[in-house]
Design a protein around this ligand. Structure first.
Ligand code: GCW
Length: 704
């Protein structure tokens, strides 16, 4: 027997790191060893070579070492196996793979990331055309558990709907005096940086890459879009730190991108201008980018926040966003890189007295007219809503307005406005609603179709990450589900978010290691399925948004932003509440949509209840489509929301002793806080509107 061909499990046992009793273990999230039990008990053949095939081999070997299976890599003789993971085009295929291919199921290309799961008699076969496909196929087998080995299961082909599935980390290298190590981070420090330097905790980053690959993510930025001086240096002097991270993530099919400052030629290059049309500036970017690719050959590209909330940009030089984005695109093009240019541009020095300026209009007003002017390797990165990651907003009208531009939609996994990982708020259903929304009217193309683009040439899906150096990765252990759901929905936006949640549960709380799996699953569904709507019920009503504490965005502050410069107002007075964004009498924002939605949103009678106050200013006794009045709806939903949170807590308590005590305790603590905070929201909102309107609750409940 050839030693290279039979993987020596004895040796691989050492891959498992010994546990340090003083070091609290990092939670395995959706890849606990137990999730590999079914796979690990099998005889597995891995066929093919390459960096990512080695990753597959490593995963399979570790699982088999633990659960008694066996592994072969490229054997030159016939072996009896249960599972074949084979790269097509890597020499003569093993028998079962040939048989599977002959059965016809293997016809057609699987692309750079796709795979086919099929069977040849009793043997389960995963085929891929490229190593990344094999890795995704392996994680699919893990997800399916025993079902993957059912020979009657029909063949399945999987290819990601979106080519780019990216996480943006808003991590600072140096601790920011206000925003800290991670801007809007609620999971401890950064896994990449600490106090001005690289943490070099490569084992942790590797583990992260593994989790991300298993969810489907294939790109990442490692620094905040607000780029300060230390962070700017990642592009040049500190490029080595970036290269090190890229090296660790590469085996998981994840490409590293960088957030850069538009002023880099001045800040780093000592030039007197950053004018996008200046030859020296263009030369500086070209050379700097060439150096980046020398160190990181598969570097993904740049992410840029320009002329937004104080970040530098092309406006300083009388140029527009197309000039700015194209400058960087030209520098990246020879190397195959892309620039993600953010559309989050608005006036953050607004006068609250001025009712004609509308922040919701800003992205469309800045960008729609530039359609057709961006280079092919520019991706315009648009927040899902026109304002700012609220619990409820209409879908951004920019998405329908730029047919000649590649668009990516940006979601927020970090729960800045949705409870900051102290509240349970499962966001899968919300993202699914956004991705399925049809901007041209029902039956038309969806948001997911737009970001997929023709022949996969779209911009993809991006999200701000919720991870940090916290033991559970995400602060709240159940917030792991949001990260997992993001990856899965980016891979296939048509997935049912509740089914995705179910996948996450099965992996995270494996039935084989859980006392009463049915109870755990049922309870988690009861707690999480509708938790986003619950959160919506006890916070800002009917799409009006904000009403958060300006200091940190946590907890209620009904008038917190009302007289500020930020452009997020609710205009409540004694008669009514909401923002008139109609064409007829308001800011005209409703007119930025294609005709179907422009009409629906134009009048309070046709506008969906959940967005009523986003689009209209109405009297408190205005009757909603649901039949309730606005004021009664506010009272009812706020009382109901708190009751639902109390029920979540009671349900969680039934899991005491059923699951990992550390997970149990962390969630229990946070549920106490969620009950407290939801109660505070309820009382402040109800009291505020009772005092403004003078209308009592029909049901006579206590309002302060
Ligand atoms: O929601 C806001 C956040 C800022 C953030 C900004 C953005 C990185 O409050 O902290 O800055 O969005 O998306 O650029």
């Amino acid at each position: 027997m050839n030693a290279e061909e039979w993987v020596d499990l004895e040796q691989l046992m050492f891959v498992e790191e010994p546990l340090d009793p003083d070091e609290p273990r990092v939670h395995p999230a959706w890849l606990p060893p137990e999730a590999f039990r079914t796979l690990g008990a099998r005889r597995v053949l891995v066929h093919g070579d390459g960096l990512l095939v080695d990753t597959v081999l490593d995963e399979v070997s570790r699982a088999c070492a633990r659960y008694g299976g066996r592994v072969w890599h490229n054997p030159s003789w016939d072996v009896d196996v249960d599972l074949v993971l084979a790269l097509r085009g890597a020499g003569e295929l093993p028998g079962p793979a040939v048989e599977a291919a002959r059965a016809g199921a293997g016809d057609g290309t699987l692309g750079t990331e796709g795979f086919l799961l099929t069977h040849a008699g009793p043997v389960t076969v995963v085929l891929a055309d490229a190593p990344a496909g094999l890795l995704y196929g392996l994680f699919h087998v893990v997800r399916l558990c025993a079902a993957a080995f059912d020979p009657t299961r029909p063949p399945e082909r999987h290819r990601p709907a979106l080519r780019r599935r990216m996480l943006n980390h808003w991590d600072n290298v140096a601790v920011h005096p206000v925003m800290g190590q991670v801007e809007r981070g609620y999971s401890g420090g950064s896994i990449f940086w600490q106090d001005g330097r690289s943490r070099r905790d490569l084992a942790r980053i590797r583990e992260y890459g593994r989790l991300l690959a298993a969810s489907g993510v294939n790109a990442i930025t490692v620094n905040n879009v607000n780029v300060a001086r230390t962070e700017a240096l990642l592009l040049t002097d500190r490029l080595g730190d970036v290269a090190e991270i890229a090296d660790v993530l590469r085996p998981y099919g994840i490409r590293v991108h960088l957030s850069v400052t538009f002023a880099a030629p001045m800040v780093l290059g000592g030039l007197s201008t950053a004018d996008p049309l200046d030859e020296k500036v263009r030369g500086w970017w070209a050379e700097t980018t060439r150096n980046v690719y020398d160190r990181v050959p598969d570097f993904g590209g740049y992410v840029v926040k320009a002329d937004s909330e104080g970040q530098p940009g092309p406006f300083t030089y009388g140029r527009d966003h197309a000039d700015g984005a194209n400058l960087l695109a030209d520098a990246l093009a020879p190397h195959g890189g892309v620039v993600h240019w953010r559309a989050f541009v608005y006036n953050h020095h607004q006068d609250w007295r001025d009712r004609s300026t509308d922040r919701a209009r800003a992205a469309y007003d800045h960008f729609a007219a530039l359609d057709g002017r961006f280079r092919i390797n520019v991706i315009l990165q648009v927040k899902y809503g026109p304002v700012d990651f609220q619990t409820r907003e209409p879908v951004s009208p920019v998405i329908a307005a730029m047919p000649a531009t590649r668009l990516a939609v940006e979601l927020q996994v970090t729960q800045e406005y949705t409870g900051q990982q102290r509240h349970i708020c499962h966001l899968g259903p919300w993202w699914s609603e956004v991705l399925r929304f049809a901007p041209w009217g029902p039956g038309g193309r969806s948001v997911a179709d737009v970001v997929a683009g023709a022949a996969g040439a779209g911009g993809g899906l991006v999200a701000v990450a919720n991870t940090g150096d916290d033991r559970f990765w995400t602060g709240h252990p159940l917030a792991q589900a949001n990260l997992y759901s993001f990856g899965r929905l980016a891979w296939n936006p048509e997935l049912d978010p509740t089914a995705v949640l179910d996948e996450w549960m099965t992996l995270t709380f494996p039935p084989s290691a859980t006392a009463d799996p049915a109870l755990v699953r049922r309870t988690l569904h009861e707690i999480m399925d509708d938790s986003w709507r619950t959160y919506e019920r006890y916070t800002a009503p009917l799409g009006v948004g904000f009403m958060v504490n300006p200091d940190g965005h946590y907890g209620p502050g009904v008038d917190g932003y009302e007289y500020s410069r930020w452009g997020t107002y609710h205009f409540a007075d004694r008669d009514g509440v909401g923002v008139d964004r109609s064409r007829a009498s308001g800011t005209g924002f409703a007119g930025q949509y294609p005709p179907y939605w422009a009409e629906v949103y134009e009048t309070p009678e046709t506008c969906p209840d959940e967005l009523l106050l986003f689009f209209h200013h109405v009297p408190y006794r205005h009757v909603l489509r649901s039949g309730s009045t606005v004021i009664q709806h506010i009272y009812d939903t706020h009382f109901a929301g708190v009751e639902e949170v109390a029920a979540m807590r009671r349900r969680w308590q039934t899991l005491n002793g059923m699951i990992d005590p550390a997970v149990y305790e962390r969630v229990a603590e946070r549920l106490d806080e969620q009950v407290r905070s939801a109660t505070e929201w309820r009382d402040q909102i109800n009291t505020y509107f009772f005092r403004k309107s003078g209308v009592p609750d029909e049901r006579g409940r206590r309002i302060h």
